[in-house]
Ligand binder design. Structure first.
Ligand code: MSP
Length: 513
């Protein structure tokens, strides 16, 4: 089986600075990328910015800037965010780059050559904010304005000459693909939405515009620019140099393992993108996962709603790893979730400071004092020790399988349980009362240290900076982390030094007024 893994985030519109919703998609993708790496995979992790279209053109005009300089500036803030969030992305693509433009034009010419494009006239509703066409039954009137029922954004009527993609022709093949590849779209609830949309009848899709110019030109007809979604979706293959014959990265990483996206852009990824690919005889990605939204109160956090929580501010106050942990644990993956400072503080205090930080501090301090600051020698594990340690051994395959279904909730629950049990084990075994039975004392300390190692390895994809600090206990660095090794409990060498570490997470004082 190939040990290559390709995960992408959506490419973000640089129409405004990044917010928590964007940070969320990126952090989750980073979690999967890091997990697969510690499981021995070669990982391609792509993110970037989606820079064409009327939405960006208008945002630039509003600021009195030309679209290219406007994009340069804001795209850079997204690139900076990859550093701030400690993402391990292997590439950052911008749709204004040459490598991308030539791939889009090449894909267009393939679709044209295969008879899937024709010229006609479009008349219908368009939302610039969503860069999406809507049918009349997808529109409602609100406060005297026509808006999309699904997104709430306002729509305008457009009528212009346009090239069309023969989407209707692919309806049955798409349905067959969903049927034969049960996990192509996850979570399941979203898959059903897509299937009923496709079953309700696909109309051909307008894929060019001629009333504005900020986009990639249609080959052989420069009056038209290519529809921004056809342009944007192509990023997933342009980053792999698809147009180059014998592109190594394309061969190695396509089809993508997972396109991770927000649920609002599922139709583009689970209907249009596979149809374009089928029409161009390109294999389809293996999975499209539509995660939920970060809400502020009951509403989606978004710039147009003005209810943004700035990830930079949160990170400045609380640190990056607490935010990463919070988003992965408290937003049940696949569903919408709320973020509030109060919940974040509770999470830092209970899970990170009390459960994890405390376990590391207590066990290492005890080992310092009672085991000459060295990994003790074990004589024999008893039933309780093995029960703790074997949880990991027995669940290794399970963990892999669940992550292959993007079951982040299973993963984090497993860790939280393990932490709870490791703390309980140390308390119940009372090594401080075993000073007369050094063999037993040593075994308890060894078992607890092994638990810290195993839990830390599993926490690494979630809170990598913190785990780098924890590994100093054992004189290890992140290169030593391998998922496989959570299944063994003979990884710590007796006699190796055990080092002191600083407090990992400071508890947040709550004032209760
Ligand atoms: N440019 C398109 C994606 C093209 S991918 C080929 C786009 N950009 S976006 O900037 O508007 O949104 C990017 C991603 O951020 C989407 O997956 C969207 O779901 C996600 N989020 C935006 N706001 C969000 C929340 N409040 N919560 C979680 N994710 C949300 O769409």
């Amino acid at each position: 089986m190939s040990k290559n893994f390709y995960i992408s985030t959506p490419i973000y519109y640089p129409s405004a600075n990044p917010h928590m919703g964007h940070a969320y998609s990126s952090i989750i993708a980073d979690f999967f990328a890091r997990f697969k790496r510690i499981d021995g995979y070669d990982v391609c992790f792509l993110t970037g910015t989606d820079e064409h279209g009327l939405k960006i053109q208008r945002a630039a005009e509003k600021k009195g800037e030309d679209p290219q300089s406007f994009c340069n500036e804001i795209s850079q803030t997204f690139r900076n965010l990859t550093e701030v969030l400690n993402l391990s992305n292997t590439d950052f693509i911008r749709t204004t780059e040459e490598r991308h433009k030539k791939t889009v034009q090449y894909l267009w010419s393939q679709l044209e050559k295969n008879g899937d494009i024709y010229l006609s006239k479009y008349s219908g509703w368009y939302s610039v904010s969503d860069e999406a066409f809507y049918n009349t039954d997808e529109i409602e009137e609100k406060n005297g304005k026509k808006v999309s029922i699904s997104s709430g954004s306002s729509v305008e009527w457009i009528e212009e000459e346009s090239y069309f993609f023969k989407l209707s022709k692919w309806q049955d093949k798409l349905l067959k693909h969903y049927e034969e590849n049960k996990d192509f779209i996850l979570p399941k609830s979203r898959k059903n939405e897509v299937i009923s949309f496709v079953k309700s009848g696909l109309k051909d899709l307008s894929i060019s515009r001629r009333t504005f110019s900020w986009g990639i030109k249609v080959p052989n007809n420069s009056d038209h620019v290519i529809y921004v979604w056809l342009d944007a979706l192509t990023n997933y293959i342009s980053a792999l140099n698809y147009v180059e014959t014998n592109s190594k990265s394309y061969k190695k990483f396509w089809p993508a393992s997972v396109h991770l996206i927000g649920k609002d852009i599922l139709r583009f990824h689970a209907v249009y993108w596979p149809a374009f690919l089928m029409a161009a005889n390109i294999p389809l990605p293996l999975r499209v996962y539509g995660h939920g939204w970060i809400l502020s109160g009951d509403e989606k956090m978004s710039k147009s709603k003005g209810n943004i929580l700035d990830p930079l501010e949160i990170i400045k106050t609380y640190g990056l790893d607490p935010l990463r942990y919070y988003l992965i644990k408290e937003v049940s993956f696949g569903n919408d979730g709320n973020i509030s400072k109060e919940k974040l503080e509770n999470c830092i205090n209970s899970d990170l400071a009390n459960n994890f930080g405390n376990l590391c501090q207590r066990v290492t301090a005890f080992a310092q004092k009672n085991c000459s600051a060295k990994v003790p020698k074990i004589i024999k594990f008893n039933k309780e020790d093995l029960e703790m340690l074997n949880k990991f051994t027995n669940n290794l395959e399970n963990i892999r399988n669940e992550i292959d279904k993007q079951n982040v909730n299973f993963y984090i629950d497993f860790i939280v349980n393990a932490l709870f049990e490791a703390n309980k084990y140390f308390n119940d075994q009372e090594p401080w009362k075993k000073k007369e039975d050094l063999d037993r004392l040593n075994t308890i300390v060894y078992t607890s240290l092994e638990m810290i190692r195993k839990i830390s390895f599993m926490l690494y994809p979630i809170i990598p900076q913190t785990i780098n600090k924890v590994l100093k206990i054992f004189n290890l660095d992140s290169n030593a982390i391998s998922l496989e090794s959570i299944a063994s409990h003979d990884k710590l060498r007796s006699g190796e030094p055990i080092n002191k570490i600083d407090i990992l997470f400071k508890k947040i004082e709550k004032n209760n007024d």
